[in-house]
Structures are given as C-alpha cells and as structure tokens.
Design a protein around this ligand. Structure first.
Ligand code: SF4
Length: 135
C-alpha cells in the first residue's frame, strides 16, 4: 500500500478512532491505520494537497477540497512544528517519534486550532499517551 499524507494527517492518524465524514471515508482511513499498525516501517510520503486520506473524503470534488483554505492553515502549522517538507518520506515509526519529540500539548493546541474534531478530545488523549510512552 502506497501512503501519502499532507502534514496535519500524521497527528490525525495517531488520534483516529474510527470516526469520520462518511462510511467510505472511515473504511479507507481504517485500512490505512491498520496497514501502519501492522508495519510501522511503511514509508509515508509527505505531500501538499489531497492525500491518501482525502481520496475518500466527501468534501473532495473536481474543484478540490471544499475547506482547502482552512486545511492549508492546519498543514502549514503542523509542517512547521514537525519539520515536514513536501516530497519527504518517513516511516510511521519515525513520524510517531517526531510527534513525540516536537508536538507538545501547547503546540497541538496551536497546530490544530479551528479543527472541528479537536474538542472531541481523542487527538489530545492519543498525543498525551504517545508522549508518556518510552520510545
Ligand atoms: S484536532 Fe483535528 S487536525 Fe488536529 S489531529 Fe485531531 S483531527 Fe487532526
């Protein structure tokens, strides 16, 4: 499975708990998460714009993402904090280490500002758990 993530989807993936915008979106995302959990060495390419997760999103159309402007803000903040560059490749294991090292809880509140899922709390819980783990 070839996986490409736009910058903010690394943390989203850590927090994914089987919810999303449609059954098709959730099925696709679940397959990606399960593949990464089976093999943490799987390479993930960093890209700009629609990625492996967006591919099944109902907000995508021929005109692109319906909320692209907001999403670009999330991507810019996550890319800066995690030092992610378009075209770069890292494994899920490396990505988690980068989240653990650089995504403080304070940084998370800044990076994810404006996301409709943030108040649900699962991303923050997943990040706190990762940061507390010995790695
Ligand atoms: S708060 Fe939103 S952008 Fe941030 S990790 Fe969670 S789902 Fe992704």
């Amino acid at each position: 499975m070839k996986i490409a993530f736009r910058p903010h989807h690394f943390l989203c993936t850590l927090g994914f708990r089987g919810s999303g915008y449609s059954p098709h979106f959730v099925k696709n995302y679940t397959q990606i998460v399960e593949a990464l959990q089976r093999d943490e060495e799987l390479p993930i390419q960093v890209i700009e714009g629609a990625d492996s997760i967006c591919a099944a999103c109902p907000h995508q159309s021929i005109e692109g993402c319906a909320v692209e402007e907001k999403i670009q803000g999330l991507d810019a903040r996550h890319a800066h904090i995690l030092n992610l560059k378009a075209g770069g490749v890292l494994s899920w294991k490396e990505a988690q280490q980068r989240l653990k090292d650089h995504m403080t809880i304070e940084a998370f509140h800044h990076a994810c500002a404006g996301c409709e899922w943030k108040a649900w709390g699962v991303c923050e819980i997943a990040l706190r758990k990762l940061r507390a783990e010995e790695r």
